[in-house]
Design a protein around this ligand. Sequence first.
Ligand code: KIV
Length: 291
Amino acid sequence: MKRITTNDIRRMKSEGQAIPMVTAYDYTAARLVTEAGIPMILVGDSMGQTMLGHDSTLPVTVEDIVRASAAVVRGAPQALVVADMPFMSYQVSREEALHNAGRLVKEGGAQAVKLEGGGPVLDSVRALDAAGIAVMGHLGLTPQSVHKLGGYRVQGTSPATAQELLDDALRLQDAGVFAIVLELVPVEVAEAVTARLTIPTIGIGSGIACDGQVQVWHDILGLSLDFQPKHSKIFADVGATIREALSAYSEGVRERTFPTEAETVHAKDPVVLDDEAEAGGITPLRRTRRG
Ligand code: KIV
């Protein structure tokens, strides 16, 4: 099976094909994404909330993303797997960015990395590009800056901040990124940026005009138990199905209706335990599966 490349993703924009992308953090999810034919997977630092129960992405470590990426890559032989660079894994210096991105690619097996921000990360993007590492940008709401931004708010709402966002997008494109996530920006701004870039924009909460869309696994499957973002849609309430299944299992155990004969194995030979042997008794032979 041939793996999708960054060139394929760029070609999808030039051919006017919309690009679906979803997060995944484990092998099983990656298998299911592959079966759905989704070309791009993000091993997002949203795992901080969705998988680890933190209230932000900030505590996520390079180790967390490396391990999750390796599992996702094993489950997704076709998709382009993008690994998020966690908070403070690329902001300190170009050298640290190179070292940590290298780990995501070498140990995590990711085909690309994603980092957040514009001007301050350009040097690192150029260094990663020069080292042969494919990079995805991320503008608009950048969750790793949640405290500086004062919350998870829509970005680029004024003419000045919209212009700044476009300038950052053009600089990132020049620095070598193959695509840019636009998170929580007004649809008009996303449309203007998308029209001015040759690389694809992948929107989340930024309307229909982006070249593709990315969503968080838990948000589209009814698994976000603490918070359901307004920009997301539950395509199937898997959470409700899981709840029902777990209740049914628990009831089966409590009422001793599970396991049944169908889930039971029998010994082939008579079972004689020491105390019974001493007493000369033999446990009656029960029917085996073979008859
Ligand atoms: O970590 C993540 O899931 C992301 C998406 C919100 C784009 O960065």
